[in-house]
Design a binder for this molecule. Structure first.
Ligand code: XMP
Length: 519
């Protein structure tokens, strides 16, 4: 059914077995997918007012006489075009490229490398990933006005773009599940290239997610690992809308949260009618982590212990079959090689506790409705569902919490020192009206002591680092240019008020090459 109120993407079908999947993917983003045979007239195309056109794959060879062709006039309509597989070969042929039988026929998973990481089609996609290929022909020479933007091990020309026009083409199939970042590539085409309205897309995402969750969960129960941040509130909102009080939010207090967190979470959950269970696991987590130095091991232990707690809790509640998590896209990418049995996938940057930190076998089915979204998109959902400002613009707080902000081994004294320093930072950020103008701010406690002099006495205490960044999607970030006045204020208060710190440093690194957290 063609919905009048939505934006249209036209898919021209050249007989691919995946054409319907392309429509399905587009619809999942809340954009209307119109699937038509490639024979549709230019006049009819214009009547549909598409924001973009996708040329599907197909079982033919473009150089065969009776193979399906396309009028070159379509490229003069100034509508963005994405060619997939046969669609790519057709675009190349029309613009004067050469297509030949491939020496290596590729069917199945292939290693894909992006040549042009700046290209909008591949925006925020890891440079190396797995794509799904199914072709016996390939482009041997690209047309004059085109450039190559990606290759695979056996296919040097696996993605191309017109230098001036918004024409893109890929030899692989972004629409199939096996192309690991396929949905993100299609989303980039819709939002970044065709400029589909993100609000409409997000509104439809909300509707679709709620329906999917309802269907999946049916009359079972879901427990949600709830940390009190934006991602877990939005996840809770979607699931709660779908199944009401069959959702049980679980906040496990690891002792690595700031002291005011518990109260804040309870207050907001009450307001939103979420059922929440608080579990005090401070001693347990401390004893599991106290001897651990390596950050990856810290994350893995936390991921595993969370799951063990969820399993224990679920035994006491009837009918729990699902575990929900507020995982977002950047958590997945940065933990990625742990989730795929291929070392070719992007390197593990950090095993986020909820992805790479999860034990290999768990007894729950996972529900992660935000898994394909960036933080700014989750925020957009938050705006649409009118979450209060203190959740919407709250700085992210990593699941492993303060344990990964104490570099190296943790102990109770260090936790207490760091909590005091973070509290001071929070107070000053609010007072100076900076909190909502930066995206993340925190203190890192170094395992380094230095000499100082306080009240005519020698001191020998820890050094702390102030980290304040601005970012949109947390995949890249810049340190914030804070005023010297503010830096001085923070430094003075921390050194004067927190026993155990006698030196404060400001981190002026960006991401990449650094990351936001230190561990
Ligand atoms: P990095 O340090 O990788 O962090 O630049 C990017 C964002 O992710 C947060 N982060 C985590 N969040 N579990 C989480 O829930 C984790 O294990 C984790 N590690 C990092 C980090 O605070 C930043 O906002």
């Amino acid at each position: 059914m063609e919905e009048k109120c939505k934006e249209n993407i036209l898919i021209l079908d050249f007989g691919s077995q995946y054409s319907k999947i392309i429509s399905r993917r587009i619809r999942d983003f809340g954009v209307n997918a119109l699937l038509y045979p490639y024979t549709i007239s230019l006049y009819d195309i214009l009547l549909k007012k598409p924001k973009g056109i996708i040329l599907s794959g197909g079982p033919f060879s473009v150089y065969k006489k009776n193979s399906p062709k396309l009028s070159s006039k379509i490229f003069k309509l100034k509508i963005p075009i994405l060619g997939i597989c046969y669609g790519m070969q057709l675009i190349s042929l029309i613009f004067g490229g050469k297509i030949k039988k491939s020496i290596y026929k590729e069917y199945g998973k292939s290693n894909f490398i992006i040549n042009d990481t700046e290209n909008l089609l591949f925006s925020d996609i890891p440079k190396k990933s797995i794509v799904w290929m199914s072709h016996f022909d390939e482009v041997k020479y690209i047309p004059n006005e085109f450039k190559i933007i990606g290759k695979t091990t056996y296919c040097n020309i696996a993605a191309i773009t017109h230098i001036k026009k918004k024409i893109f083409a890929v030899q692989f199939h972004p629409e199939v599940e096996n192309t690991v970042f396929g949905k993100n590539i299609l989303k980039n085409f819709l939002i970044k290239i065709c400029k589909c309205n993100i609000n409409l897309v997000i509104n439809n995402f909300i509707k679709n997610s709620i329906n999917k969750i309802k269907k999946k969960v049916s009359n079972k129960k879901v427990i949600l690992g709830f940390s009190g941040g934006l991602d877990s509130f939005v996840t809770a909102y979607l699931i709660h809308k779908a199944i009401g009080n069959s959702l049980i939010c679980i906040f496990i207090d690891t002792g690595f949260f700031l002291n005011f967190e518990k109260k804040r979470i309870l207050k907001i959950c009450k307001k939103m009618n979420f059922y929440i269970k608080l579990i005090n696991a401070k001693n347990h987590f401390f004893s599991k982590l106290k001897k651990v130095k390596n950050p990856e091991i810290k994350r893995k232990i936390i991921g595993k212990e969370f799951i063990l707690f969820f399993e224990k809790i679920s035994k006491k509640i009837k009918n729990v079959e699902f575990l929900a998590q507020g995982t977002i896209y950047s958590d997945v990418i940065e933990s990625s090689s742990n989730n795929n049995n291929s070392s070719f996938i992007s390197n593990t940057i950090k095993s986020h506790h909820n992805v790479g930190g999860l034990p290999k076998s768990i007894k729950f089915k996972l529900i992660e409705p935000l898994k394909e979204l960036f933080k700014d998109e989750v925020q957009k959902i938050g705006e649409i569902i009118s979450l209060p400002k203190e959740i919407l613009y709250r700085h992210p707080f990593p699941g492993p919490g303060l344990s990964i902000r104490i570099i190296g081994k943790i102990n109770k004294k260090k936790i207490s020192i760091l909590k005091k320093a973070e509290n001071i930072l929070f107070q000053e950020l609010i007072k100076y009206n900076i909190y909502y103008n930066v995206r993340q701010a925190f203190i890192v406690l170094l395992p380094v002591k230095s000499v100082g002099v306080m009240g005519d006495k020698r001191s020998y205490e820890y050094a702390a680092v102030l980290r304040v960044v601005n970012t949109k999607d947390f995949m890249t970030a810049n340190f914030t240019h804070l005023s010297y006045n503010f830096l001085e204020k923070i430094s003075n208060r921390i050194i004067n008020e927190v026993n155990g710190i006698n030196r404060v440093l400001y981190d002026i690194s960006s991401k990449p090459p650094s990351t936001i957290e230190w561990e």
